[in-house]
Design a protein around this ligand. Structure first.
Ligand code: C2O
Ligand code: CU
Length: 456
C-alpha cells in the first residue's frame, strides 16, 4: 500500500488524471454576475451602471495554483441567461460554459457550479458565453491566474487588463449591441480605452527592478498595439503557454482574448518614467506610467523560460487537413447564396437576419462540425481570410501552434488572422467533446463567425 504522503505526491504529478471533485466539497469562489455601478469614466463624469462579477470591473482576479481543483459557483443576478467560459483552460468539456453545447444556460436567479483541475499554469480569463457581445461589453470579464509551482523571481507582479468601452456623453454604456455597421465592419469598438477599468494606471518602480506583467485584452473588437518604454521586456508566455525561449520585444499586438506574460526590467533611471502606451490611429496614449526611483538595482541576466505546461507532441506532417475560409463583411460582401440555419439562402436573407460573415460558406453554427477528430488525432486547419478585416480566431479546449515556413509558432488559443492572409494552425485533438472555434470579435461571432470541432 502506498503511504498517504506518496499518494498525495503521486496525485499532484498527474493533475489531468486526478478524480473529479466530490459534490460535497465546498466551492472556493462565488462569482455573481449582476448589475453594478462604478466610477468608470474620469472623476468629473457620472457613475456608470454596468454588469459585473462581484460588483467590480474587471471582475475579481482569481489567484490559483497549478494542480489544484478549482471550484466556482456562478450565480446569475442578471435578467437574462448566462454562463462562464474559462478562456484558455484545457478542461473537461462539461465545464466549458458554452450554452446549448456543453451545458444548459444558467437562468436568472439560478446558479451553476464549475469544477475542474487546473492542469496548466498561466494567465487566463473568464467571461460569459451567452449573449457575449452585450454581456462582455457591459463589464462581465475577469482574470484567472494559475501560478507555477516555482514561479520566476521578480520584484513585483502586475495584472493589466486592456479594454475599451463605448460610452455615451454622460458615461452610460451605449446600448448599441445590434449595430449592423459594427457587425459588418471591425466589431463594436469603444470610444474609451482603459487599463484595469481606469484611463491610466500609475505607480512607482525602482530602477533596475524586475516585474512580471500579465497582459489581457478583454475587449470585444479592439486590437491593442502596445509599446514599451523605459524597460527591457521579454515575452515569456502567450495565451498562458510559456515560450520555449523568452523573446525580447519593444512592441506587441494583443488581439481580443489574447494574453501575454512579460518579464520586464526597468531600465529608466531615477527621475525618469517607464511606460506602456497604446498606439492608436489618432495617436499614442500612455496606459501605464511608472515614476522610476532609486537606488538603482543591479541589472540581472536575461530571464529564463517559464516551466512548460504538459503539452502534447505535435507532428503536423502526419495530420489531416481541414481548410477554413473566412468570407463576407463590408467591402467584400457575401456571395449570392450561402447556407444559414441549415438552408441555402439568398445573401439578402442573411443580411436581413443580421448575418454578414461565412465560415466555409456557412453563417452561424452548422449542425455538423468543421472537423470530427478521433481522440489523439492531429488536425491542421489552414485559415484563409478573404475578408477585409482581421479576425481573432479562438479554439476552445485545446491549444494549437501555427505552422510557420520554418518550424512551429508558440502554443496559442487565439490567433489573429489579417485580411488576405492564410495562417495554418495544427493541434492534437486530445480533449474529448464539442469545442467551439470562432472569431472572438463578439460582433462577428454573432453575425456568422462560429463553428465547432468534435473530438471523440
Ligand atoms: Cu473567450 Cu468562445 O471564448
Ligand atoms: Cu472577426
Amino acid at each position: 500500500m502506498p503511504t498517504r504522503r506518496a499518494f498525495i505526491a503521486g496525485a499532484a504529478s498527474l493533475p489531468a488524471l486526478a478524480p473529479a471533485a466530490r459534490a460535497s466539497e465546498p466551492v472556493s469562489h462565488v462569482l455573481r454576475a449582476a448589475p453594478a455601478t462604478v466610477q468608470l469614466a474620469p472623476a468629473d463624469f457620472p457613475l456608470t451602471p454596468l454588469w459585473a462579477f462581484n460588483g467590480t470591473v474587471p471582475g475579481e482576479t482569481l489567484r490559483l495554483r497549478q494542480g489544484d481543483m478549482f471550484r466556482a459557483r456562478l450565480e446569475n443576478g442578471l435578467d437574462q441567461p448566462t454562463t462562464i467560459h474559462w478562456h484558455g483552460q484545457r478542461l473537461p468539456n462539461a465545464m466549458d460554459g458554452v450554452p446549448y453545447m456543453t451545458q444548459a444556460a444558467v437562468m436568472p436567479g439560478d446558479s451553476f457550479d464549475y469544477t475542474f483541475r487546473l492542469r496548466d499554469a498561466g494567465t487566463f480569463w473568464y467571461h460569459p458565453h451567452a449573449n457575449s457581445l452585450e454581456q462582455i461589453s457591459r463589464g462581465l470579464a475577469g482574470v484567472m491566474i494559475v501560478a507555477e509551482a516555482a514561479p520566476p523571481e521578480v520584484d513585483a507582479e502586475e495584472v493589466l487588463v486592456f479594454d475599451d468601452w463605448r460610452l455615451t456623453e454622460d458615461a452610460q454604456i451605449h446600448p448599441s449591441f445590434n449595430s449592423r455597421h459594427d457587425k459588418s465592419h471591425g466589431g463594436r469598438l469603444g470610444n474609451y480605452i482603459t487599463v484595469n477599468a481606469r484611463p491610466e494606471v500609475t505607480g512607482q518602480q525602482v530602477s533596475g527592478s524586475r516585474l512580471r506583467l500579465r497582459l489581457v485584452n478583454t475587449a470585444t473588437a479592439r486590437i491593442f498595439r502596445l509599446r514599451l518604454d523605459g524597460v527591457r521586456a521579454w515575452i515569456v508566455a502567450l495565451d498562458a503557454m510559456p515560450l520555449d525561449v523568452p523573446e525580447e520585444t519593444r512592441e506587441l499586438i494583443l488581439a481580443p482574448a489574447q494574453r501575454a506574460d512579460l518579464i520586464v526590467d526597468v531600465t529608466a533611471q531615477p527621475g525618469e518614467e517607464a511606460m506602456i502606451a497604446s498606439v492608436e490611429r489618432d495617436g499614442t496614449y500612455a496606459m501605464v506610467t511608472w515614476a522610476v526611483t532609486g537606488p538603482v538595482m543591479t541589472a540581472r541576466t536575461a530571464p529564463r523560460a517559464l516551466p512548460p505546461n504538459d503539452m502534447p507532441r505535435l507532428a503536423p506532417d502526419d495530420a489531416r487537413s481541414q481548410p477554413l475560409v473566412l468570407e463576407g463583411g463590408a467591402m467584400r460582401g457575401l456571395p449570392e447564396e450561402a447556407v444559414w440555419k441549415g438552408e441555402r439562402q439568398a445573401a439578402r436573407k442573411l443580411i436581413e437576419g443580421g448575418q454578414f460573415w461565412l465560415f466555409n460558406g456557412v453563417a452561424g453554427m452548422p449542425d455538423t462540425p468543421l472537423v470530427e477528430a478521433s481522440l489523439g488525432e492531429t488536425i491542421r486547419i489552414p485559415i484563409t481570410n478573404r475578408t477585409a478585416f482581421p479576425h481573432a480566431m479562438h479554439l476552445h479546449g485545446m491549444h494549437f501552434r501555427e505552422i510557420l515556413p520554418v518550424g512551429l509558432g508558440p502554443w496559442r488559443d487565439t490567433l489573429l488572422v489579417g485580411p488576405d492572409e492564410t495562417r495554418e494552425i495544427a493541434f492534437v485533438a486530445d480533449n474529448p467533446g464539442n469545442w467551439m472555434f470562432h472569431c472572438h470579435m463578439a460582433a462577428h461571432q454573432m453575425s456568422g463567425m462560429m463553428n465547432w470541432i468534435r473530438v471523440i
